[in-house]
Design a protein around this ligand. Sequence first.
Ligand code: HEM
Length: 147
Amino acid sequence: MGQGGMGMGGMGMGSDMGRIHQLLGSHDKITRKVVELPDGIESWTTSSDPQIAATLPAHLEDMVTRMKQGQVIHGFDPLFRKVFAAAGEIEVTVEPITGGIHVTERGKTPAAVAAVRAHAQLVSWMAERGMAEAHRCHDVAPDRSAP
Ligand code: HEM
């Protein structure tokens, strides 16, 4: 994983950035549903295009590895910096479904829950609007659980 094309960190289609650009470029073939959980989100992300359907679990594997290793991606966007800052308090499970993936993300702290929710909303916007949305900066809503 993460080695083909131009290799780790490269922009080839076999790299994690290559897969991200493939998803953004084919955003109109991606369908998504998100449900809020008390401590996170549950999402169903699918595509009728078999190539995109196969890229989705690979993208999750790339990103979960990055979160474990603290390798920030897309750090110009404050939302991604917050996701990576809370990575140790975020639990991700991925289940294959027809055409894509079912993901559950739970945060162990209010900041982690807020980051997971804001990120899931952003993934939905990127699935709707592709690259235009990925180039914007985003924030995380203030902690609603605080007294
Ligand atoms: C249309 C484009 C994209 C799709 C369909 C997509 C899909 C997903 C999905 C399904 C998840 C699991 C979390 C959830 O379901 O809410 C996820 C996580 C993640 N994605 Fe993407 N993604 C896209 C673009 C991007 C871009 C542009 C980046 C950064 C350059 C990125 C970085 C991440 C990271 C860091 C995670 C793990 C963080 C977390 O799950 O909390 N994704 N993506």
